[in-house]
Design a protein around this ligand. Structure first.
Ligand SMILES: Cc1cc2nc3c(=O)[nH]c(=O)nc-3n(C[C@H](O)[C@H](O)[C@H](O)COP(=O)(O)O)c2cc1C
Ligand SMILES: C=C(O[C@@H]1CC(C(=O)O)=C[C@@H](OP(=O)(O)O)[C@H]1O)C(=O)O
Length: 454
């Protein structure tokens, strides 16, 4: 078992590549967070093996079975679940295990893999099949946790997106490098870019509390990661200060912004309100079918091995969601731990120049108050969402009736009387605004009905 200890979140990942199962326990997620299982499964599928000729042929559906922490939500959709505040525990059973691939190389560590170091540490008791506890397969549970955290963050307007930057140095046609490597019975690595947007200024802290270190800690847990750089990173060593410094300005909403983002959205270990940008270096897959020299355990002999079996010719494409997952876990931990820092705190209009949680209160708006207000809004949004979903379900029945009776979708009389009723029920000065909102709801409903009339 391997454990990540954040300040609020604890994530433990268990199992091995060829054992019965792998899985994770995530604690610290508050109750009432909405988790949609379809969204989670789509995320898991981006990482799952066997989905492309450019990945390992091992086929694993990677559908997590939740054994605690999630309950049915208030919506009728059984795929919409809610956290209940207890530990979230999920298991994935390994399906497509072919351990015979590993029997020939049991005594000869693969260069570049963790076989040798695991052997030293666990004295021969380690399970090296499929990489054992060091396998890239262990990123499936990481993606369960990360997928949950991504949904939690999206509800707070924070989004994480990673993509392939280059493979083997080729940013124009990266996938062609994998095909070349396959022909050569070799492997290649590459770089993944990741952007975190929507995180307010003021998260993190100096020295050991710095955001770069916290993100790096969890990104380095992904097997095959060999480097991480933020913003201009190593390139900044070739710049003058005048080129590297990100000049400040106020945007049209009087929010503090920077003209460039060479610091990658982090200054002094603290988020500056711009996107957090970093790149991750992934080494070439260690298991390759070409001859390589190695040693034979418990002897002084050397040997030549050619690794058989199913392997990713390049880890980069499947590591992209893993990087998003790692970033999501650490940012969720940060957001759940630190008091929400008012985005208003970095606005000129409030007369504030710093984003520190303590200074916010001295200007009349305590960050505590703000986070309470925001959580009330989140709660209302949830109710609205459920009500809108119920309304759309009823609209489906209306569509069925219209289809049966050859009626058109738009009924202007009905729409006019509905809007009139809204005007009547509204508080005076909100009547026009409410009418606009309901017009949008009616439009969405008609669009939804159209699907059922085809
Ligand atoms: C998604 C993913 C898939 C991987 N697939 C393979 C693979 O098929 N074969 C392999 O030898 N290594 C694979 N790896 C990399 C090894 O697990 C990793 O190199 C090994 O555990 C040693 O760890 P290190 O490279 O971090 O030192 C994969 C890693 C990830 C993240
Ligand atoms: C199965 C996955 O990746 C595995 C990662 C891996 C390794 O050494 O890291 C070795 C291979 O395992 P096997 O030899 O059993 O096919 C990959 O298939 C996965 O990521 O789900």
């Amino acid at each position: 078992m391997s454990i990540y200890k954040g300040q609020t979140l604890t994530l433990s990942i268990f199992g091995t590549s060829h054992g019965q199962s792998i899985g994770m326990t995530l604690s610290g997620i508050p109750s009432e967070a909405n988790i949609n299982l379809d969204v989670l499964q789509e995320f898991m599928a981006r990482r799952a093996p066997g989905n492309s000729p450019l990945s390992t042929s091992r086929k694993e559906p990677d559908i997590p079975k939740f054994v605690s922490g999630l309950k049915s939500g208030s919506s009728r959709n059984s795929r919409n679940l809610t956290t209940d505040g207890s530990e979230i525990k999920a298991i994935i059973y390994n399906r497509d295990v072919k351990s015979s691939d590993y029997s020939k190389i049991a005594n000869t560590p693969r260069p570049g893999h963790a076989d040798y170091t695991a052997h030293v540490k666990y004295g021969g008791l380690e399970d090296s099949r499929g990489g054992g506890a060091f396998s890239g397969r262990m990123t499936a549970p990481l993606c369960i946790a990360g997928g949950i955290c991504k949904q939690l963050l999206a509800e707070r307007g924070i989004y994480i997106h990673a993509s392939i930057h280059d493979i083997h140095g080729n940013a124009e046609d990266p996938l062609s490098e994998i095909k070349k490597a396959q022909v050569l019975r070799d492997s290649v690595g590459g770089t993944i870019s990741c952007t975190i947007s929507g995180l307010d200024a003021g998260y993190g802290g100096p020295l050991f509390e710095g955001l770069e270190g916290r993100i790096a800690e969890i990104v380095y847990a992904i097997p095959a990661v060999k480097g991480i750089e933020f913003g201009a990173g190593f390139e900044s060593t070739r710049m003058y200060g005048s080129e590297n410094n990100d000049e400040f300005y106020y945007d049209e909403n009087d929010t503090v912004c920077t003209r460039t983002n060479n610091c990658g959205g982090i200054l002094g270990g603290i988020s500056d309100g711009m996107d957090i940008e970093f790149r991750v270096a992934i080494k070439p897959t260690p298991s390759i079918a070409r001859s390589q020299r190695t040693i034979v355990y418990d002897s002084t002999e050397e040997a030549v091995i050619e690794v058989q079996g199913r392997h990713d010719p390049c880890i980069v494409p499947r590591a992209v969601p893993c990087v998003e997952a790692a970033a999501a876990v650490v940012i969720a931990d940060l957001v759940l731990t630190e008091k929400a820092v008012s985005s208003a705190a970095s606005k000129k209009s409030k007369g504030l120049t710093t984003a520190s949680p303590t200074s916010a209160s001295s200007f009349g708006l305590a960050s505590d108050d703000l986070s309470h207000l925001r959580s009330s809004i989140d709660e209302i949004d949830l109710q609205l969402l459920n009500l809108i979903e119920r309304r759309l379900q009823i609209a489906e029945s209306v569509a069925a009736y219209k289809k049966e009776n050859n009626l058109g979708i738009i009924d202007s009389n009905r729409e006019a009387s509905l809007l009139k009723r809204i005007q009547f029920l509204s508080i005076d000065d909100l009547a026009d605004l409410n009418e606009e909102i309901f017009k949008a709801i009616i439009r969405a409903s008609c669009k939804h009905q159209e699907k059922f009339l085809k």
